[in-house]
Design a protein around this ligand. Structure first.
Ligand code: ATP
Length: 288
């Protein structure tokens, strides 16, 4: 039997770091949502007790290092499942881009195998299991809009944000999340106002939301890759209302109200930046 699961990219609307913990992780506060740029994960049931994984992208490992493999392995272990699975990933989300592609693939495997194997595990339990694979996996299990706290694994679901269109612009560099967090110094950082972001979502106020988007990791990533700052400036000049870097970068997100404006900004950025996308913000659980 074969099954397809959608794995949408996530974008951050705000990313704050509150402190460093004794376990080496940072305490974060992130507001995240999903967009319609998705990987497609095909799951084929195997009679033998084996996990095989392949992705059509040279930067993604086809072995036990793949987060999708780790997800299947964790699920099999926890629930003592002896069936196997072949996982084929069509990568559409750029890799090491700050768009959570690997985490979303892992979450899609958890959701998909839950159905393929008729396990009936609640999403909250899949999300807990996802936290052992990566900090962003619990958010991706829900695939909606959420405030993520702790190291990212404490999820509070939110209504979809008052945004319909976004432009994603990724320069031709891959960024390691670990490297960026390690270089972050907590002194003298400007924190985004998460409460204002949450209020803007609650009141469905697009302009208010755009005024408060922010990411404390931006200064670290732009100090290493100044191009990220240039793309941000270009997006602001082109008229995007809210502009910020997603996750640890390097992808820059521009928020706009209308599709025609998104397309105009897209056309202006194409010659300047290697990968540019116009996406719709989904923001609710519509992951299949
Ligand atoms: P985040 O925003 O959650 O920090 P990211 O978008 O910056 O993540 P990913 O594309 O998820 O980064 O990949 C980061 C690393 O994980 C890469 O080194 C990649 O080789 C590895 N990886 C393992 N499995 C996958 C997968 N299924 N898809 C993409 N990358 C994967």
């Amino acid at each position: 039997m074969m099954f397809f699961e959608n794995a949408p990219a996530k974008i951050t609307l705000s990313l704050d770091v509150l402190g460093k913990r004794e376990d080496g992780y940072h305490d974060v506060e992130m507001v995240m949502t999903t967009v319609d740029l998705s990987d497609r994960v095909a799951l084929t049931s195997l009679e033998v007790d084996h996990i095989a994984v392949s992705a059509d992208n040279q930067y993604v490992p086809n072995d036990e290092r793949n987060l999708a493999f780790k997800a299947a392995h964790a699920l099999k272990n926890k629930y003592h499942i002896t069936q196997g699975v072949r996982i084929d990933i069509e990568k559409n989300i750029p890799v090491s881009a700050g768009l959570g592609g690997g985490s979303s693939d892992a979450a899609a495997v958890l959701r998909g195998l839950n159905k393929l194997w008729g396990l009936d595990i609640p999403l909250s339990e899949l999300a807990d299991l996802g936290a052992s694979i990566g900090s962003d996996v619990p958010f991706c299990v829900y695939g909606s809009t959420a405030l993520a706290k702790g190291r990212g694994e404490i999820i509070q679901e939110l209504p979809p944000p008052p945004i319909t269109w976004a432009i994603l612009a990724k320069p031709n560099i891959g960024v390691s999340t670990r490297v960026i967090f390690n270089r972050l110094t907590l002194e003298n950082i400007t924190h985004p106002n998460t409460t204002k972001i949450l209020n803007a979502i609650k009141k469905q106020e697009f302009n208010e939301l755009c005024n408060h988007v922010g990411n404390v990791l931006e200064t670290v990533t732009t100090s290493l890759y100044p191009n990220v700052q240039r793309i941000k400036e270009k997006m602001i000049l082109a008229g995007a209302k809210g502009v910020l870097m997603s996750g640890s970068g390097p992808t820059v997100v521009g928020l706009v109200e209308h599709q025609h404006k998104a397309v105009r900004i897209y056309n202006g950025l194409r010659g300047f930046c290697d990968e540019v996308y116009v996406v719709r913000v989904i923001g609710h659980s519509n992951t299949c």
